[in-house]
Ligand binder design. Sequence first.
Ligand code: C5P
Length: 320
Amino acid sequence: MVTSQANEDFLVAKAHAKINLHLEVLGLRSDGFHELAMVMQSVNLSDQLKLIKRTDNNIILKSNNKEISNGDDNLIIKAAKLLINKVGNTQLGVDIELEKNIPIGAGLAGGSTDAAATLVGLNKLWKLNLKTEELENISEEIGSDIPFCISGGRQICFGRGEVLEKLECNEFNLGIILVKDPSIQVSTPVAYKKYKEQYGHTYLQHEEDFEIKRNLVRSIKWSDQSLFENRKVIQNDLQKSVCPMAPEVDKSLKILSGLPGARLVSMSGSGPSCFALFENYDLANKVLKEHVQEFENAGLSAWACSMMSNGVQLRNEFTY
Ligand code: C5P
């Protein structure tokens, strides 16, 4: 039987995956991270976190995915503990039930978006009243993609990824086919390390040069239609270094490029997931259904999704 209840002691947070419409490595920063110019986009492939207030001060995580650690190394636990630390209240506790749908190690910000949902959700559950900007600032301590995942949609992301400039985004307009070979994961640090080894000599050295590149990215139109028209300027630099170590990326890109109606094909983040953009969701879904066998033969998991204009979504109705 399905019942539903709503009260102040629990809520449900929906955490969307992201794709990189653009990822340019500009250079190296003094903190060792890379200086980036990206455009990130939320998509409706989502995890769900149930947050249930505890009367003691324990933080307990359970998930439907055995590959995920429920301990202190999980970004969800890190986010909850960081929040407690920032507000200085050690009496807060929560049970978190994670329903994992976003593939792990895929370049889709699965871990980062769960951390974003934890911060937004606990801010509400524990009545902390922190502003979105404050949550973004806190979140960058534990991951470069988390600030974006908090408010999501379509944003230009500079710095390590945490300097955000919001763009217009029409929800449910364009369609996306997303693929990932479930047998491989790409480690983000390894992808950046490889890129540095191969292309470090091309890095810009000065802040003024970074700013010129940033202004170039700002000057590009990032509307849905422009994404198709600007195909040649849109790039993911990491693709060059990830492809040789993960042949599944080339395989994915080739299959996606051959799909009828695919308008723009790229790797997402540090891979290995790749995506193709379509005129609309119905077309993407139709093409996916018609090519299910091809994806299966190639050993790829595939999803049809659409773009979301927001990040974490909360509701306090618990259906079970
Ligand atoms: O911030 P996040 O935990 O996602 O970064 C994971 C790793 O990816 C970093 O430790 C770093 O090696 C690399 N990275 C980078 N430059 C960035 C973001 C990530 O070099 N802007």
